[in-house]
Design a protein around this ligand. Structure first.
Ligand code: NAD
Length: 346
């Protein structure tokens, strides 16, 4: 029995989550699994229904679950709220102790022409960011004193060790290759980062290289094929993973996982897209691939991840796409999932 907390969220969140749950139902039957699903209010919906973006009732459902599936949160309606929906997201990640963000950059063959870069046909970018999520400059001491402002960037050894361990373990399941990104030529915290990563490699013995963040930003565009696992800190990871996301062709196709030592949170990388909400035109792929990541990471069912990936790829190859994709057969969110499920059945 797998217990899943489902937070549909705001904007396009409910539309895409509902499609991913149709895929979940299919998987339940095909693989003879047993899922117990509980829904909870979160984000703007949490504010509207229970006066808080991450209400207590949602906390207990999250605590009950083995994994959390999240749509997206936010929207203009709550921009002036005391606790904004996005604040709920930070609290949820903290509550889960999710210090590691996994962001695979998957390029589907059928979408290669949509990338702003001229990608090599027949050659696939397949890389995954392992980004530290709860430390670094975003969480350091910050202050404004008249004409002076500062943000402190710091990392403690234990923080580097635990995120590096995630990257090394992941790399053992992938190509055995890690690029650790830092700025150790000028930052003390990066020196510590590099030292700890080097030390850990004495145990794991993978193909490890280090790259300064400015060079990494350039290399991602010049030769993205060279990367497999990219290990980096909070701010560098934030910037580089957004840069790399354009390689996939649409923000709508990319999934993510935020994990710690216990359960994971799975959500697409995009926001609640209020401009297209309620029209059944949002791309459900990022959400469906986030569900696939849940099987891969929380339930150790890589076979189910592969099954979902293969059929998403096939549906795109068949030419079906939502409006954000340059494909011949334009379909709605629901119709795209119909085609995916048809492919899964055959
Ligand atoms: P966004 O990602 O919601 O949208 C950016 C653009 O991409 C929009 O044009 C949108 O229509 C398009 N888009 C996004 N997802 C798509 C999909 N699945 N299919 C097709 N098109 C898609 O970013 P934004 O507009 O800056 O933010 C909107 C709201 O979402 C804000 O309130 C923001 O704070 C919030 N947000 C939430 C999360 C999250 O829940 N993790 C992340 C980012 C932004």
């Amino acid at each position: 029995m797998y217990k899943i907390a489902v937070l549909r969220g705001d904007g396009i969140g409910p539309e895409i989550v509902d499609q991913s749950l149709r895929v979940l139902n299919f998987i339940e039957e095909k693989y003879q699994l047993d899922f117990d699903i509980k829904y909870a209010h979160f984000g703007g919906k949490g504010i509207d229904e229970e006066g808080h973006p991450f209400p207590e009732s949602t906390k207990s459902i999250v605590d009950w679950s083995d994994a959390v599936l999240l749509g997206a949160v936010g929207g203009p309606k709550w921009d002036q709220a005391k606790d904004r929906p996005e604040q709920g997201l930070l609290s949820l990640r903290k509550h889960l102790g999710a210090y590691c963000n996994l962001r695979p950059i998957i390029t589907f063959e059928a979408l290669k022409d949509m990338s702003p870069l001229k990608l090599d046909q027949g050659k696939n970018i397949d890389l995954c960011f392992v980004r530290e999520l709860t430390g670094g400059i975003y969480f350091g001491k910050k202050e404004r004193i008249d004409d002076l402002a500062y943000d402190q960037k710091q990392y403690e050894t234990y923080e580097v060790k635990r995120i590096a361990k995630k990257a090394f373990e992941l790399s053992k399941k992938r190509a055995g290759k890690i690029c650790s990104v830092d700025k150790s030529n000028v930052l003390m915290s990066s020196k510590l980062w590099r030292e700890e990563v080097e030390k850990m490699n004495e145990t794991y013995q993978v193909d490890l290289n280090h790259m300064y963040v400015d060079n990494a930003a350039m290399q991602l565009i010049m030769n993205p094929y060279q990367f497999d696992v990219i290990l980096t800190g909070n701010m560098f990871g934030d910037i580089l993973s957004d840069e790399a996301s354009v390689l996939a062709g649409s923000i709508g196709v990319l999934p993510s996982a935020s994990i710690g030592d216990e359960k994971g949170l799975y959500e697409p990388i995009h926001g609640s897209a209020p401009d297209i909400a309620g029209q059944d035109i949002a791309n459900p792929i990022g959400m469906i691939m986030s569900l696939a990541m849940m099987f891969q990471n929380s339930f150790e069912r890589t076979d189910i991840y592969d099954f979902i990936y293969k059929n998403v790829n096939k549906t795109l190859e068949d030419g079906y796409g939502t409006v954000d994709l340059k494909l011949d057969r334009k379909v709605t969110t629901r119709e795209w999932t119909d085609q995916l499920i048809k492919n899964m059945q055959s």
